[in-house]
Design a protein around this ligand. Structure first.
Ligand code: PMP
Length: 345
């Protein structure tokens, strides 16, 4: 799926921006592996050039749209997103010659809006409204795309190019990087592209590989995979980019062996554990994924090779996860000195 490596003016085969997406390192989480007796690895998606796992989906969506003719030279990419997908689309768009319009709820932080604008995206804000309301930002983005000449709606939730990007890159990379010994893959769900794409690929290689969902509170995916319904709305989470309440097209037909619900109070312990003891500066969705990986290690016993996703950097959350006042107000201050939180997982 990745484009051919470009050839530099000096004749070297050198990667341009888009070719540097993916092929991220797989990092052993040393303390958690040693403590559980399983090998636990995190895929360093925060090292993608746009800073998150969503670079893969953004590139995959754009390349497929180019191939199908849905996106034509000089065209405009439109998406409803406040987060990492917007960044990925804006940067891939710049690199391949497309304008980008990002529709966001007006409640989104000014920081994010200014960040997207700095990257060259046109940002349109709309009042906050539920998905069922036609004025919801995702629904508005679809209409903006229909009204824009040469407009292309990325539609990350229901466009299967998203999960195909992970089927074609994330899954094979994990398979190769673990020497085909991976026994479980854990991911949380925003669109579901990562879990479904990599999960389907790995199950095809070896159906014994466990595909596992780590869900924050306030989402419905744990309930969907465990009980087959999404009528659940208890709790909440500060995690950004994850927390899905409907079965997106990207999630349709995937086989999930196990789902866990992870409270933020444990997630924050892992955020600080990974930072202080592994040197990994990450956001909450990465921590929820790692909590899920530890739960797999505990439930299925030692000797496994468990892989998960380190989605984006803690630098995106300085004013929240790494702000003492904010943590205090949310009653989320990390307390552990060592690994004592493992007993609660
Ligand atoms: N973590 C973060 C920080 C994200 O931005 C996203 C994407 N929304 C995810 C996890 C989940 O990825 P996916 O959309 O592939 O389910």
């Amino acid at each position: 799926m990745q484009p051919e490596l470009s050839v530099s003016p000096l004749g070297f085969r050198t990667p341009g921006f888009c070719e540097t997406i993916g092929r991220t390192p797989l990092i052993r989480l040393n303390a958690l592996s040693d403590a559980t007796g399983s090998e636990i690895y995190g895929k360093a998606e925060f090292m993608n050039p746009g800073g998150s796992v969503k670079d893969r989906a953004a590139l995959g969506i754009v390349l497929e749209a180019e191939r199908s003719g849905a996106l034509t030279p000089g065209g405009t990419i439109i998406e409803g997103t406040a987060g990492n997908t917007g960044i990925g689309l804006a940067l891939v768009g710049n690199a391949r010659g497309y304008h980008c319009i990002i529709v966001v709820p007006e409640t989104v932080s000014q920081e994010k809006i200014e960040g997207l604008r700095a990257m060259g995206a046109e940002v349109r804000t709309v009042p906050e409204a539920p998905y069922s309301d036609p004025n919801n930002y995702i629904r508005v983005s679809e209409r903006v795309a229909a009204e824009t000449s040469n407009g292309f709606w990325a539609n990350q939730f229901d466009n299967l190019a998203n999960r195909r990007a992970h089927y074609q890159t994330t899954g094979p990379e994990i398979w190769e990087q673990t020497d085909h010994r991976v026994s479980a893959f854990v991911a949380s769900i925003g669109t579901g592209g990562t879990l479904a794409g990599a999960g389907i690929f790995l199950k095809e290689r070896d159906p014994r590989i466990k595909v596992v969902c780590a869900d924050p509170y306030g989402a419905a995916m744990w309930s969907w995979f465990t009980y087959g319904h999404t009528e659940i709305s208890d709790g909440e989470s500060v995690a950004e980019g994850i927390g899905q309440s409907r079965v997106t097209k990207n999630l349709e037909g995937i086989e999930v062996d196990r789902a866990y619900r992870i409270p933020d109070a444990l997630g924050i312990e892992i955020v600080y554990h990974l930072l202080r003891h592994e040197g990994l500066f990450l956001g909450m969705s990465s921590a929820i994924n790692v909590c899920g990986a530890v739960k797999v290690a505990k439930e299925y016993g030692p000797g496994q090779v468990i892989t998960t996703i380190l989605c984006d950097s803690g630098a995106r959350y300085l004013s929240r996860l790494f702000n003492a006042e904010w943590l205090r107000a949310k009653n989320l201050e990390p307390k552990a000195r060592g690994l004592e939180f493992l007993d609660r997982l």
